[in-house]
Design a protein around this ligand. Sequence first.
Ligand code: PGA
Length: 254
Amino acid sequence: MRRAIIAGNWKMNTSLDEAASIVAELAQLQPASSANDRVIIPPFPWIVPLQHPLLAAGFSLGAQNCATEDNGAFTGEVSAKMLQPYCSYVVVGHSERRHVFGEADDVVRAKLLAVLRNEMSPILCVGEMLHERDAGQAFQVVERQLRSALAGSDRENLQDLIVAYEPVWAIGTGRAATANDAQQMATHIRQTLSLLFDAQFAQQIRIQYGGSVNAANASAILSLPDIDGALVGGASLKADEFSRIIDAAPAAKS
Ligand code: PGA
């Protein structure tokens, strides 16, 4: 069975006060325990102060990025090893990392390995750009990103992998993928995982959709047979809206 996982990626937003009030509101709106996984992914400096209120509210913590190495002379970097005492999840290969900061596939792979080495779940983001979709290359691009990120890993180490399909043209644009596009890509991701590993592994991995998810479209997206959750940006900054997205997630899928 695949439990739903709804994660809110706050990106480089919120003051500490704003962050604390979103968490306090979520604690009011959401039950303290849930059959689904609920995750907040705040900016690095808010991870420590938010840890207790989030855990008390039944939420887990994630980080938006990590270094490829565990420690050393890497000014400005934060390692997975440093995040491990606080976080259960780390996002790797988000499109803003790939396209704004120029992270290549091999860097994404090294970050994924750092997350696994430190016993957290990687949320591996994959997704095509608009020109790639228009050129009919969406499946190819996502497959390349997956193959590259997972090269050299074996299925035993990847049990807690989460794949987030985030078409770049849908992120922060208000234009979510159609249900059909999201489902087709999720199927393609499972087929690729099946080729790389095996069919059972492909069935057990959770796939999120991300890109302009909001309270109005969440239910249609989250009820797709191969989508097991959402990676939510903008709408996760509003407690009430994020809570409604969480409530739209059905129980586990098999
Ligand atoms: P969005 O961002 O929900 O604001 O489109 C999604 C993401 O970047 O993960």
